[in-house]
Design a protein around this ligand. Structure first.
Ligand SMILES: N[C@@H](CCC(=O)N[C@@H](CS)C(=O)NCC(=O)O)C(=O)O
Length: 333
């Protein structure tokens, strides 16, 4: 598949299906336990935000999840991990069918995460930022006991500001480096990425989390890029000024989150590596998936407890992932 346009900057298609699922149902899609299916790939950093927030808030029962296989062709993500290659609830082989059920003329990216309305089989939304914020804002009636406040009113402005710069320079910055179509565009993305990581590292030197003293939406969004850094962005996307594991503060911060229930227990390094190295054939034509890096460091002590902080605020950590949603042994450190 082709991701790079020669000579050009990488521009992400951010035209989403923006229908919202809300408590009052004002867009026609009320919050209703069991009605929707969150379709993800564990490979994808944008989908992984939703997987983590869903775990932290305990929405697993209310919003069931479909996991697509790590690789896809130009037509679609597929449910090749499921028996018979079909999602057992939606009954489809390809996520594309749910986009076409929404709009038979749909001609944009078949992206994850996508939330599908089970009765009609149609995608309601693939609006990445909105999906997780709405889990915090609209789905509170179905949270688990002890769910943390990931988007508390008093911190929203600051969380939004951090999310903006992390999106621009880090979450999307790695893609702008990896899919740059010219040396200049690559260099610009690379400089901006590492300048921002330096600033984030300073910010996190004395503060356990990005905003306030508890986990928030901002930490989830930074984590999903950091956890992929050495496995894919450092090599495949040429973000190689240094590895995450050579960046002491950010490495300890990322390990702290990884070891927090709801974060690391959602991460599948096998899916991550196979997705990037196999799907982006224009930047890795052989499709060879690297064997490294060694993942054991993710479980090493991080020492960040010394900075204080209350990970879940007045809440509690989530329990283990529900049966059927565990990351397979061998895909994790
Ligand atoms: N498109 C969203 C993010 C979602 C996204 O790009 N997901 C990727 C996987 S990491 C995807 O589904 N790609 C499929 C494709 O582009 O064909 C955005 O613009 O921020």
């Amino acid at each position: 598949m082709t991701y790079v346009s020669a000579g050009r900057e990488y521009t992400r298609d951010s035209r989403y299906l923006t229908t919202r699922i809300t408590a009052d149902g004002r867009d026609g899609y009320p919050v209703e336990p069991g009605r929707y299916r969150l379709v993800v790939s564990r490979a994808c950093p944008w989908a992984s935000r939703a997987v983590i927030v869903r775990r932290l808030l305990g929405l697993e029962k209310a919003l069931p999840m479909a996991i697509a296989g790590p690789t896809h062709d130009e037509r679609s993500w597929t449910f090749d991990l499921d028996p018979g290659g079909r999602d057992p609830v939606l009954g489809i082989e390809r996520l594309r069918d749910a986009y076409l059920a929404r709009d038979p003329g749909y001609d944009r990216g078949i992206t994850v995460p996508a939330v599908v309305d089970v009765p009609t089989g149609a995608v309601v939304t693939n609006d990445v930022s909105r999906i997780t914020l709405d889990m915090s804002l609209e789905w509170s009636a179905h949270w688990r006991d002890g769910a943390p406040l990931l988007y508390p009113p008093a911190l929203r402005q600051e969380i939004d500001a951090v999310n903006d710069m992390v999106y621009r320079d880090v979450n999307n910055g790695v893609y702008r480096a990896g899919f740059a179509g010219s040396q200049e565009k690559y260099a610009e993305a690379y400089q901006r990425l590492f300048a921002r990581l330096d600033l984030l590292s300073e910010r996190l030197e004395r503060s356990r989390y990005l905003v306030g003293d508890t986990l928030t939406e901002a930490d989830v969004r930074l984590f999903t890029t950091l956890v992929r850094f050495d496995a894919v962005y450092h090599g495949h996307f040429k973000c190689n000024r240094r590895k995450l594991s050579e960046t002491p503060v950010l490495w300890a911060y990322a390990r702290d989150l990884f070891q927090t229930p709801g974060f690391g227990d959602t991460v599948d390094f096998d899916h991550i590596k196979r997705h990037y190295y196999v799907v982006h054939t224009d930047i890795n034509p052989t499709g060879i998936v690297p064997l490294g890096p060694d993942l054991s460091g993710w479980l090493a002590p991080h020492g960040r407890e010394e900075l204080g902080g209350r990970p879940f605020g007045d809440g509690t950590p989530p329990g283990p992932p529900p049966p059927g949603e565990e990351v397979p042994a061998g895909h994790a450190p």
